[in-house]
Design a protein. Structure first.
Lengths: 325, 267
């Protein structure tokens, strides 16, 4: 019995959520009373493996193969399947990143298991884990218990565990060289790119007014624009607004947009889907205006007004102007 | 967000009557409330799983008008089937199983994979994740069960000979193009196209389409016990208590501004 934490990196850089996953895996290992091992997969990962070995774990597996240089779902799945069969962990812990979402369900299927994904908390009944997932965009939580023999697979939501709680230690690095067949890797990845130079850098904005589906129509955007101007804030949006083309993609906040931590984040007509919350919950002061008192955005808000934004926002513009006068 | 057919039409531990009271809409409700919005041929619908015969490979699958769906496969948990989805497809398969809510993602994907395998599609498209369970893995698991390659979180699709070149969304505003051979499974991200509402004609036309009804027995899939069991569903504990300002818009706005100015000190 052991736990295996699979850490993510690209281009020699760690994914920031790798350390959150490792912190969680260390806590799980302590709660279950089993050793923790770490896996780092790629081509030429010895430096990364050495860095991971400064953390509290038994072993770090450097999963090395030239075909793992560029991430592919087929390559990663084959390599990690071989490792998991070799190590036989009770639990495999991953950060819930876009990459994990791409290969981990496939990996779990090889073991007739499912990925218990986007987990926000865990508890242990006599050493056996129960994982908490969010349902209905965070309106409900569910306790999910893995049943039967391991390996079980869990991926952990961004920000659910703290990276700065990772314990230091001295692990042994072991190179694991899987047999990979180039012909069996069917994806042909090209280099990542950005659409265009970003015109708006929301990450440095001190104040952000963000608009969501509650705005109803593109023609209503000036309602929140006026509030942004009154506050001297940048205008941002949740994904559906940018999908619809009402505001440019570069103004999107959330897991697929920008991650912001302004002094003031004012969410107008945003329900607070988890994909949005992960992009803004680090803001110092969060204000939510929404007509649904049960909207998840109020869970992270410091101040809230439950009401019709088309009444509240113009009133707020006037009050802000008064306060600044 | 795009949706995948997800396990569990009902939420264990929450009486169905409680759902509307919490302001929740299941995917099924969304069908009836919004109408399942299905796009131009060449794109993907909400909450549905489409297998897509590409006829005349090389014509360019990204052309939104030149092609037709060969097949729509729709999974709906209770009664009813998405008429709007069918209106732009030639025919539909409806998997009807009473024990669907007890299945995990793997169990659902096994049934879908069995149904899809029999159709031998060149391309299978699914949503990225559902609004209810949000597992976000049915498409990937199905690809593995079918033995075909997959790519996830796709924003654009081009056909290049007998292969695809797809644009995959990465984190923090990055993208990546990936080539993969057909047949393949893609999970589609929202924003790939504009959803459209069904026309009255489309709804009428849907009634003439063939809907093949299948059960797990028809598909030869033995229900396997779930390997990840939902034990309990409950509202999350509040970690932060927001100060909510009541009253009419004007007085609530005034109270908020006062707090922002004197308590949070950010005005």
């Amino acid at each position: 019995m052991s736990i295996l934490a699979i850490l993510e990196h690209s281009g020699g850089q760690w994914h920031r959520m790798s350390w959150e996953a490792l912190a969680a895996a260390q806590q799980f290992a302590a709660a279950m009373g089993v050793p923790l091992n770490i896996a780092v997969a790629g081509a030429g990962v010895s430096a990364l493996a050495a860095e991971a070995a400064t953390k509290n774990a038994a072993k770090v597996y450097a999963v090395e193969h030239p075909l793992l240089g560029d991430y592919t779902a087929d390559g990663y799945t084959a390599a990690l399947e071989a490792l998991v069969r070799n190590v036989n962990p009770a639990l495999v812990v991953l950060p819930h990143t876009y990459r994990t979402r791409d290969f981990a369900p496939k990996l779990a299927t090889r073991f007739a298991r499912v990925l218990i994904g986007d987990v926000v908390a865990a508890r242990f009944d006599g050493g056996s884990p129960v994982f908490v997932r969010q349902l209905f965009q965070g309106k409900l939580n569910a306790d999910v218990r893995p049943v039967g023999d391991g390996p079980h697979f869990v991926s952990l939501q961004a920000g659910a565990w703290r990276a700065d709680t990772v314990e230091s230690g001295a692990a042994v690095v072991e190179t694991f060289s899987p047999q990979l067949d180039a012909a069996a890797i069917r994806q042909r990845p090209e280099p990542p790119f950005r659409e265009a130079a970003r015109g708006v850098d929301l990450t440095t904005a001190e104040r952000i007014v963000s608009v969501g589906r509650g705005i109803k129509e593109k023609e209503n955007i000036p309602v929140v624009q006026a509030l942004a101007e009154a506050l001297g804030a940048e205008l941002a949006a949740s994904r559906p607004i940018c999908d619809a083309g009402w505001l440019p993609m570069e103004r999107q906040v959330g897991s697929s947009g920008q991650t912001v931590s302004p002094k003031l984040y004012l969410a107008v007509g945003i329900s607070g889907a988890i994909q949005h919350l992960v992009g803004m919950k680090g803001a110092k002061t969060i204000v939510a205006i929404n007509k649904d008192a049960d909207a998840p955005i109020f869970e992270v808000a410091d101040y809230g007004i439950v009401g019709d934004l088309f009444e509240v926002v113009p009133a707020l513009v006037e009050e802000v102007k008064k306060a600044k006068a | 967000m795009q949706q995948e057919p997800s396990a569990g039409g009902e939420v264990t531990g929450v009486a169905e009557d409680d759902l509307p009271a919490r302001g929740l809409r299941t995917c099924f409700d969304q069908h009836s409330v919004d109408g399942c919005r299905v796009r131009e041929p060449g794109a993907v619908g909400r909450n549905n799983l489409f297998g897509w015969h590409i006829d005349g490979i090389g014509e360019g699958a990204s052309d939104p008008h030149g092609r037709r769906f060969g097949l729509a496969l729709v999974l709906v948990r209770r009664a009813g089937i998405d008429k709007l989805g069918i209106s732009s497809a030639d025919r539909a398969l409806h998997i009807e199983e009473n024990h669907l809510p007890a299945l995990d993602t793997l169990g659902v994907a096994r049934m879908l994979a069995a149904a899809v395998a029999a159709e031998k599609p060149d391309l299978v498209l699914t949503g990225l994740q559902s609004d209810d369970l949000g597992a976000g893995q049915t498409g990937v698991v199905m690809a593995e069960l079918l033995g075909v390659p997959h790519a996830t979180i796709i924003m654009h699709v081009e056909v290049e000979g007998a292969a695809l070149r797809v644009k995959r969304e990465l984190e923090d505003g990055w993208f990546q193009n990936i080539g993969l051979p057909l047949p393949a499974v893609l999970t589609i991200q929202s924003g790939i196209n504009k959803l459209r509402y069904a026309t009255l004609m489309g709804i009428k036309r849907a009634k003439t389409k063939e809907i093949k009804r299948l059960t797990a027995t028809d598909l030869g899939v033995a229900p396997a016990p779930s390997v990840a069991v939902i034990e309990k569903v409950y509202p999350p504990a509040k970690t932060k208590q927001a100060q909510i300002f009541e009253g009419d818009a004007r007085s609530a706005a005034a109270k908020l501004v006062e707090k922002l100015k004197y308590e949070a000190r950010i005005l």
